[in-house]
Design a protein around this ligand. Structure first.
Ligand code: COS
Length: 386
């Protein structure tokens, strides 16, 4: 087993770290304070090649392997989860779906625009009444002479207010259950597509989150991704990539917690000595390191499997479950190390704590990941009544 990164991967990681230090860290605090979705920064991400990192070069992407993509996401995630969210949604949820399920025409139409940042995309799966049970879509797509008309509502959609193209999942025939779902490439520039920002979130203040009303939204014949009936698989395969990206971002938060806690504990003095000299403080830091390393190894394993085209849904769920829970723990503990100083946004740990909370909820709750892992281990599906 080889734990060494290649020279190229090391360069990709150090470049992402430098970019994060130079462009993201300071803006993160101000953007969070001002609840500002920073389009200038989004353009910089595109210029770095981070908006379509795993998309092959022929479609305008950076052509990175998954492990390298994970390294980039970890570094950006250490700087700012709101910025990391842009990368995760654009790359993992939107681009990866088009890459895997799109026709050549769809790939050439959408991927270069998404990778260059000319267009933002969003992933319209969750609904007010359909969260963990993603197959129970109430949004309906009805056939017309020229394509489809969609009516319904979506909820908790990252970048929903800014997206130029939306992947909208909709039911075409309720009798068919998840096999009736379709995934539609929706042009958001039409009156029936009505996003509104969701206010008063606990964290991710610099990220856009929308609810979307869909009223007679028109979709052309050629704007279906895959076939009718593929919709659920499109969603699940995109989430395999999205959960990986969230997990990698959470490794970045864990790493940030370690670095910030070490810096603070070695500088801050109490009882006439640095608080780092107290065993109980060292124990907190040691446990953070433990959780960071374990999470990173799980993310790398999932990336390794993805790069070899091997099944990885369960391993991705393990990485997502572990890394998100670890990041919640680490950010809470990092505040403990900082004491009162960690309760205001002078130090990033305050923002880590608020931003990370959603990661055990979105892209599949921790309980959904446990059920995916439990089903794979036991062969028993706890989601269907016995
Ligand atoms: N990739 C491709 N296809 C997949 C897949 C994957 N990772 N996982 C499942 N499928 C396919 C299955 O093979 C099955 O295909 P068939 O219809 O041919 O049999 C189909 O999808 C249904 O799969 P499954 O039986 O696992 O579906 P369930 O209804 O049991 O759903 C869970 C399972 C709970 C795992 C799913 O609903 C889920 O992930 N929920 C959470 C949703 C979520 O994360 N939402 C947050 C969105 S925020 S962006």
């Amino acid at each position: 087993m080889d734990f060494d990164l290649t020279d190229e991967q090391q360069l990709i990681r150090s470049t992402a770290r430098e970019f994060t230090e130079k462009e993201i860290v300071e803006r993160a605090k101000q953007n969070a304070r001002n609840h500002h979705f920073d389009l200038e920064l989004v353009a910089m991400l595109a210029q770095q090649g981070y908006l379509g990192a795993i998309v092959p070069r022929e479609y305008g992407g950076a052509g990175l392997d998954y492990l390298s993509y994970g390294l980039v996401v970890e570094e950006i995630g250490r700087g700012c989860s709101s910025v990391r969210t842009v990368i995760s949604v654009q790359t993992s949820l939107v681009c990866s779906a088009i890459l895997r399920w799109g026709t050549e025409e769809q790939k050439h139409r959408y991927l270069p625009r998404l990778c260059s940042g000319e267009w933002l995309g969003c992933f319209g799966l969750t609904e007010p009444d359909s969260g963990s049970d993603a197959a129970k879509q109430r949004t309906r797509a009805r056939r017309t002479d020229s394509g489809w008309v969609i009516n319904g509502a979506k909820m908790w959609i990252s970048m929903g207010d800014y997206a130029r193209v939306a992947l909208i999942f909709a039911q075409t025939d309720p009798e068919l259950g998840h096999r009736g779902l379709g995934c539609f490439l929706v042009d958001t520039d039409q009156p029936g597509f009505q996003p509104s920002p969701i206010e008063h979130k606990m964290g991710l203040h610099a990220s856009d989150t929308a609810s979307i009303a869909l009223e007679d939204v028109e979709v052309g014949e050629n704007d279906l991704l895959g076939e009718i009936g593929d919709g659920f698989k499109v969603a699940m395969s995109s989430l395999d990539s999205g959960r990986y990206s969230v997990a990698a971002g959470c490794v970045g938060i864990c790493q940030g917690c370690v670095e910030e806690s070490v810096a603070y504990a070695t500088e801050r003095e109490q009882f006439d000595r640095p608080i780092a000299s107290f065993q109980l403080v060292q124990a907190m830091i040691a446990d953070m390191v433990l959780k960071t390393d374990a999470s990173r190894m799980l993310v790398w394993r999932a990336g390794f499997l993805k790069d070899r085209g091997r099944p990885n849904t369960v391993e991705t769920s393990i990485a997502k479950l572990h890394a998100t829970e670890a990041a919640v723990w680490c950010s809470n503990t990092a505040i403990q190390v900082h004491g009162g100083a960690g309760y205001v946004d002078d130090h990033p740990v305050e923002r880590y704590f608020r931003d990370v909370r959603v990661t055990t909820l979105y892209e599949g709750t921790s309980q959904i990941q446990q059920l995916i892992i439990g089903r794979a281990m036991t062969g028993v599906n706890a989601l269907v009544p016995s």
